[in-house]
Design a binder for this molecule. Structure first.
Ligand SMILES: [Fe+2]
Length: 257
């Protein structure tokens, strides 16, 4: 099983770099489409658009419509739940409007659980008691398959950058970390938000952050030739070995797997 993770496309229509962000997103989808073997699924880990606007989501939907693999989305701090739900509800996986946008995908050897860490109006994440209970229910509702969890805000300290913690309080992050350890079946956590690559862990569970797709917003130093090349992650799952993550640079020759 191969998961292509993309994140933080921040589609905007009226910023000086708006065209670049659209191009970065479109080129990433084209790059994923050209991979052999094809990824089974694409997960966008949030901040799909920059201002939560309907017209921004329409642009994002039109780019994602070109993907060959099924695409699943989730909310980041820049997203708007209602507008995201309206834009992506025709895809059929978001379920009933319950407020939070969290769900499980059961079509693969690994169960995929997507969480909602949005705190509207804040860049930092939240994970209230209701969301904890919903997450535990999603875990318990599953079979014996291993589980990969996707969060926009990373549930571990990312010690590069100005602020290592991405939740409103340390207690909120601790509660999420506790919930992630509810079952031994949780084998990986994949996040975005930080705009640079990082890896950490939640006790025994490996956790990674991928860089943002929007190259103008990417943090960290890159050689000149890479400045307009988006970066995404491919997570390959093997039942014996678990997940192995490859960093893909858009526009380079797809590697044989
Ligand atoms: Fe974010």
């Amino acid at each position: 099983m191969i998961i292509a993770q993309i994140s933080d496309t921040h589609i905007a229509l009226d910023t000086p770099d708006a065209d670049r962000r659209i191009q970065d997103f479109a080129q990433t989808i084209a790059d994923i489409n050209a991979l052999q073997p094809h990824p089974d699924v694409i997960i966008h880990t949030g901040d799909i658009v920059h201002n939560g606007r309907q017209d921004e989501y329409a642009q994002a939907v039109s780019i994602m419509a070109k993907a060959r693999a099924p695409v699943y989305v989730m909310v980041g701090n820049k997203d708007d739940r209602a507008n995201l739900r309206e834009a992506f509800s025709p895809c059929g996986y978001l379920g009933a409007n319950s407020g939070f946008i969290d769900y499980a995908i059961d079509d693969y050897p690994v169960r995929l659980i997507v969480l909602d860490t949005l705190n509207p109006g804040s860049n930092k994440g939240d994970f209230c008691r209701e969301r904890i209970n919903r997450f535990i229910d999603l875990i318990d509702a599953g079979s014996s398959k291993p589980i990969a969890v996707f969060t926009h805000h990373p549930p571990f300290e990312v010690s590069v950058g100005p602020d290592p913690f991405h939740f409103e309080t340390p207690d909120i992050m601790s509660e999420l970390r506790r919930a992630l350890q509810h079952s031994d079946r949780v084998v990986a956590i994949f996040s975005g938000h930080v705009h640079r690559a990082a890896s950490g862990h939640v006790e025994r569970i490996p956790a990674t952050v991928m860089p943002c797709i929007a190259t103008t917003l990417r943090k960290g130093d890159y050689p000149v030739g890479m400045k307009i090349r988006p970066i995404y992650h491919l997570h390959r799952f093997d039942p014996a070995w678990g997940f192995v993550t490859e960093t893909r640079i858009v526009g380079t020759r797809p590697s044989a797997a």
